[in-house]
Design a protein around this ligand. Structure first.
Ligand code: PEP
Ligand code: MG
Length: 504
């Protein structure tokens, strides 16, 4: 703070530290906590309130003024206790900023004040990284693999980030500065045009309905999905509800946040995914050694089964939501059929508890496996027995089949090759799910790649789940493929290039 403002003002924070260290205050909190045995947030609020009054009652005005500091510290402490992030990061400060970073974790992206971020540029990472997925879902250009020495770019440098072409222009010319707003405008009007074209046209092939739903991970994502005409939510990544927090959210907080989100979806179906932590998705407050660098370790359902209270709480929240909303639940990173059997046991247990407490829920709530590991592919028959539906996560499936990390740019060629390789394996799963009368969707990034749409339709896929902003394009492509040939549309061709560009 001394660098940012001046030393004199920075000393205010020294005084705040002293308040936090005050033994009397701490004693009061401990005493009340022991006596009242209620939540600590309540106690902090009461004790700080008492101290504020005490200081205000002093005769010397200089001391009276200190009451503001007590209020300030009390509020910040409360914010920390209830898990609201203390947004004082450099990322949240200036409007229209471009974030430059070597690598971004999803928790970083989740904590941005997204309104101020115009674009993101990273040295590491690919379009399959979770940060890229989170950013793109909000229509924020995300460019990676750049060769600009980002450390040497002075602050306030003007840049254009072209997410379509995957490049950045440092210190653009006047002509470039003038042309880009027009391009952005055109892009938006293209989407509107496509949206108009797809409006109310049923997606069908051989009499079978085709659904294009959206992958989301936040409220703004959901709103975007609905604006883009998504047929429900095919994958709700719940991790950001945990990442943008300073502790595990309490049951009620999680429930209420999801109620707000689900209220935007109407009666369309939403696939809520259980917490999928591990790999690049860590929780800032979780200090479990096993999940650091857990790509082949304690990820997804494995972590939840090791710490069942986490699983039980999520299942309980999802069950409660099922009383009001059209939801289903998917299980991430399944490998053994036993994973599904174990989750089902906790599922029944939570149903029983809710039943005893007379809390309503949908008794027929669907529970399905995500197919995103080679083992799950091999156990597909057994997994189908224990699943009400399947959801194929190609992002992870490809990286594990190809032994090529989804975030590792050095092996992106292998990753791309893997995308083509798995189509046949997917045919088998889709066919088996169909025979078992169970729904099967693809929700990895590949589902939104227009170069694969025809292949997917040919192998029997009827449920696509893609990034919100791609919904109109995928729908339009399906309409073109399933209707009479000859209706070409320039915008779609451009979109095809856009969706297959590895740096967008
Ligand atoms: C996937 O792996 O394809 C998937 C949809 O899950 P995530 O990208 O969140 O790992
Ligand atoms: Mg995955």
């Amino acid at each position: 703070m001394s660098n940012e403002i001046d030393t004199e003002h920075a000393e205010i924070f020294g005084a705040h530290q002293l308040i936090l260290k005050d033994e009397e205050l701490f004693k009061d909190i401990k005493k009340d906590l022991k006596k009242k045995r209620i939540n600590v947030e309540q106690i902090v609020q009461e004790v700080f309130g008492k101290w504020e009054k005490k200081i205000k009652g002093q005769e010397i005005s200089a001391i009276q003024e200190r009451s503001n500091d007590v209020i300030d510290v009390g509020r910040r402490l409360l914010r920390a206790l209830v898990g609201s992030t203390n947004k004082n990061s450099v990322l949240d400060r200036s409007k229209d900023s471009v974030i430059f970073a070597h690598r971004l974790l999803p928790s970083d992206t989740a904590s941005f004040n997204i309104k101020n971020v115009k674009a993101i540029v990273t040295v590491e990472g690919t379009q399959n990284s979770h940060s890229a997925i989170l950013a793109k879902a909000l229509d924020i250009p995300f460019v990676s693999k750049i060769n600009v020495p980002i450390d040497s770019l002075p602050r306030k440098t003007r840049v254009i980030v072209d997410g379509d072409k995957g490049l950045i222009i440092v210190n653009p010319t006047q002509a470039e500065l003038e042309s880009y707003p027009l391009l952005i405008q055109k892009r938006l009007s293209n989407r509107t045009k496509v949206l108009k074209r797809i409006n109310n046209i049923p997606l069908k092939t051989n009499g079978e309905l085709i659904k294009v739903s959206a992958n989301v991970s936040s409220l703004s994502d959901i709103k975007m999905a609905m604006d883009c005409g998504a047929d429900g939510i095919g994958l709700y990544r719940t991790e950001p509800l945990y990442m943008d927090s300073q502790n595990f959210p309490a049951e009620e907080k999680l429930y209420l946040q999801l109620v707000v989100a689900l209220n935007c979806v109407g009666d369309q179906e939403v696939n809520l995914r259980l917490l999928d932590i591990g790999g690049d998705k860590t929780l800032p407050f979780l200090d479990i050694v096993e999940i650091k660098d857990a790509a082949l370790g304690l990820t997804g359902i494995r972590l939840l089964l090791k710490y069942p209270s986490l699983l039980e709480m999520q299942l309980r929240v999802f069950l409660r939501l099922s009383a009001k909303f059209n939801v289903k639940v998917s299980v991430p990173m399944v490998t053994l059929p036993k994973d599904m059997i174990d989750v089902r046991r906790y599922f029944s247990q939570e149903k029983e508890k809710l039943g005893q407490e007379k809390i309503p829920f949908n008794k027929a709530l669907f529970l399905g496996a995500m197919i995103e590991t080679p083992a799950a592919l091999m156990f597909i028959d057994e997994l189908l027995e224990h699943s009400d539906f399947l959801s194929i996560g190609t992002n992870d499936l490809v990286q594990y089949i190809m032994a090529a990390g989804r975030e590792k740019k050095e092996v992106s060629e292998y990753y791309k090759a893997g995308n083509h390789l798995i189509v046949n394996a997917l045919k088998d799963i889709i066919q088996k799910a169909k025979e078992a009368g169970k729904e099967c969707s693809i929700c990895g990034e590949l589902a939104g790649n227009l170069k694969f749409t025809k292949l997917f339709l040919d192998i029997g896929l009827r449920n696509f789940s893609v990034q919100s902003t791609l919904v109109p394009y995928v729908k339009y492509k399906i309409i073109r493929l399933t209707r009479k040939p000859g209706c070409s549309f320039e915008t779609l061709q451009k979109a095809e290039i856009l969706c297959s560009n590895s740096t967008v």
